[in-house]
Design a binder for this molecule. Structure first.
Ligand SMILES: C[S@@+](CC[C@H](N)C(=O)[O-])C[C@H]1O[C@@H](n2cnc3c(N)ncnc32)[C@H](O)[C@@H]1O
Length: 262
């Protein structure tokens, strides 16, 4: 039988490679590893790569296996999801993998200037109602700039047409260099070992026949950032449009909600 949430939380507290600093405690518990992840935890100077909103951490663990000469940290607020990747990486003895349980809104408190080389955003919630909650908004880009190396790389992998279109507009508006872009990863023949890592959400969206989109760009350090102003068509299969009064749900909206509750 699988473990319940309390057993998973207990495991997480005992894991040496898991750091739990949710917003509710971070002001009371000092975090002393900012700027020292390489020296004090990984014990090397290798590049550090983050997966933000990592869920079960498939990219963090998958990339950790592929690139022993880089360090990977999965970040999410949900400990019971993160437990999967944290347990797998511990069992496999991947000493280049760690997890940080916190709110991404305060991510810049955990890393020093230039400490991180790359960020993966894997199937992030599109947050269609509020741009400042979107992990590819300029609100978050301003935070990422504080700890990314100059011209650090950001990868977005998503099912969401809304998130993909918004991020493309954001990148264009701010003239960020685009390294790679595809609207349909699996039918373009461009999937390699890295892009072939599939997350839990990715598998669900693929099963529903959605195209997976991918955008890779660099984040320059200089210049004020500007939010895009274009209207973007909403994703119809998400719960955004559901009428609360009628309670009507499309099948996909319902399933989306169930995924959220996982
Ligand atoms: C749609 S799920 C995707 C999970 C995983 N990347 C995957 O593809 O299976 C989004 C994840 O981001 C996390 N998340 C969203 N906003 C967050 C925030 N502001 N701080 C921390 N975690 C967040 C959620 O807890 C959730 O696990």
């Amino acid at each position: 039988m699988g473990k319940n949430k309390l057993q998973k939380f207990a495991d997480m507290r005992s894991y040496p490679h898991v750091f739990e600093y949710p917003y509710s405690v971070v002001d009371n518990v000092p975090f002393e590893m900012q700027g020292k992840w390489g020296k004090e935890f990984f014990k090397n100077d290798n590049p550090i790569v983050l997966e933000l909103g990592c869920g079960r951490g498939e990219y963090t663990v998958g990339l950790g296996r592929m690139f022993p000469d880089k360090n990977f940290i999965g970040v999410d607020i949900k400990g019971s999801r993160m437990w999967s990747g944290a347990s797998d990486s511990l069992k496999e003895g991947l000493n280049n993998v760690a997890f940080l349980r916190t709110n991404i809104e305060i991510i810049d408190r955990f890393f020093a200037e230039g400490e991180v080389s790359e960020i993966w955003l894997t199937f992030s919630d599109p947050q269609m109602k509020k741009a400042t909650k979107r992990l590819t908004s300029t609100y978050f880009m301003d935070r990422y700039r504080k700890f990314l190396v100059p011209d650090g790389i950001i990868h977005l992998k998503t099912d969401s047409n809304f998130m993909f279109t918004y991020t493309n507009y954001m990148v264009q508006e701010n003239k960020f260099p685009v390294l790679f872009v595809t609207e349909d990863l699996y039918h373009s023949g461009l999937v390699d070992d890295i892009l072939g890592i599939q997350t839990y959400y990715e598998q669900q969206w693929l099963d529903r026949g959605l195209n997976i989109k991918y955008l890779k760009f660099t984040l320059p350090q200089e210049g004020a950032l500007k939010e895009p102003e274009q209207e973007i068509e909403l994703d119809t299969y998400r719960s955004y449009n559901r009428s609360k009064r009628s309670g009507k749900k499309t099948t996909l909206a319902f399933e989306d909600e169930q995924l959220e509750n996982e």
